[in-house]
Design a protein around this ligand. Structure first.
Ligand code: R5P
Length: 293
């Protein structure tokens, strides 16, 4: 028997898994003390049960200790396994030592998380220099893709789209979305000079002047990648763009800044809860969890 728990903010995903797979729904209290240390209490017995915890890992530093405590206490209370559903998997972007002495946090975090849980389900992790999660995660894992849902959204909502990927690594998902949406696509070149300093090169887009540009990226964090791209498309005389991100991290005022850049249509999946959510990933997560069991 399986029991599904949720960290704060992921209740609807956990509810969907429990309802569709006929699992029990468990309760856990997760909070922070005034000094910011974490408090975790399992409210539902788990002895002899397979435990599933839904906890997205955006803002991972704020959650990872509580997740470790959750997993430990679940095992102490007799859980036979602890599986993690992390719709957004944090710490995937620093996958290389660019400067002497830098921690390759993707690898270190993966090794740490592999000690904490028995398996992992996630959506479109930022796989750039690593091709597969297995290269850094030593636990069974299932990577699911939002490309089919994004393509369906584009087909249903946009007339004459041209998909735009902001950088080389985006080609993997943009080309798939374009294929499913039966739309043309263009991949741009990006040079990142700093956290909030990106340079984008836009090829000749004249052929697509009567198309609606649809920017597709896996993560919108500071939104500088999108804002920079939108600026180039405007200058090239393209129609107003639509911006789609699988994961709307939206650091600080990123969302407002993207709107201020003139983008009225910003769409993300509900891997991270946000007013821009327009693509529902609950069912593909549930299907993946069913396959892990
Ligand atoms: C990185 O290469 C990713 O695919 C995104 O392009 C990036 O994370 C977006 O970051 P930001 O919104 O801060 O420009």
């Amino acid at each position: 028997m399986s029991v599904v728990f949720s960290f704060p903010g992921f209740e609807t995903i956990a509810d969907n898994i429990a309802a569709k797979l006929n699992f029990r729904r468990g309760d856990v209290t997760v909070r922070h003390f005034p000094d910011s240390e974490s408090y975790v209490r399992l409210e539902t017995p788990v002895a002899g049960q397979d435990v599933i915890i839904v906890c997205g890992l955006e803002h991972p530093d704020h959650k990872i200790m509580a997740l470790m405590f959750f997993s430990h206490v679940a095992r102490e209370m007799g859980a036979t396994s602890v599986g993690l559903v992390a719709p957004y998997l944090g710490y995937m972007r620093q996958d290389k030592r660019f400067h002497d002495g830098e921690a390759i946090t993707s690898d270190i975090f993966a090794a740490f998380l592999s000690q904490i849980v028995d398996w992992l389900v996630t959506i479109d992790p930022h796989l750039h220099r690593h091709e597969r999660l297995d290269e850094i995660y030593s636990i069974p894992n299932r990577v699911i893709h939002a490309s089919g849902l994004i393509a369906a959204w584009i087909r249903d909502n946009i007339n004459g789209p041209v998909l735009i990927g902001p950088d080389m690594e985006s080609e993997q998902w943009v080309s798939q979305v374009a294929k499913d949406a039966e739309a043309p696509f263009i991949i741009l070149r990006k040079i990142r000079h700093g956290d909030r300093d990106v340079e984008i090169s836009v090829p000749d887009v004249k052929a697509y002047k009567d198309h609606t540009p649809v920017l597709v990226d896996d993560i919108i964090s500071t939104a500088h990648t999108m804002i920079e791209t939108v600026g180039h498309l405007k200058a090239a005389g393209m129609k107003p763009p639509v911006c789609i991100g699988v994961h709307g991290v939206f650091a600080a005022r990123a969302y407002e800044n993207l709107q201020a850049a003139g983008v009225e249509n910003i769409i993300t999946s509900n891997s991270i809860t946000h007013p821009s959510n327009g693509i529902n990933i609950e069912d593909i997560i549930t299907d993946a969890v069913a396959e892990m069991k």
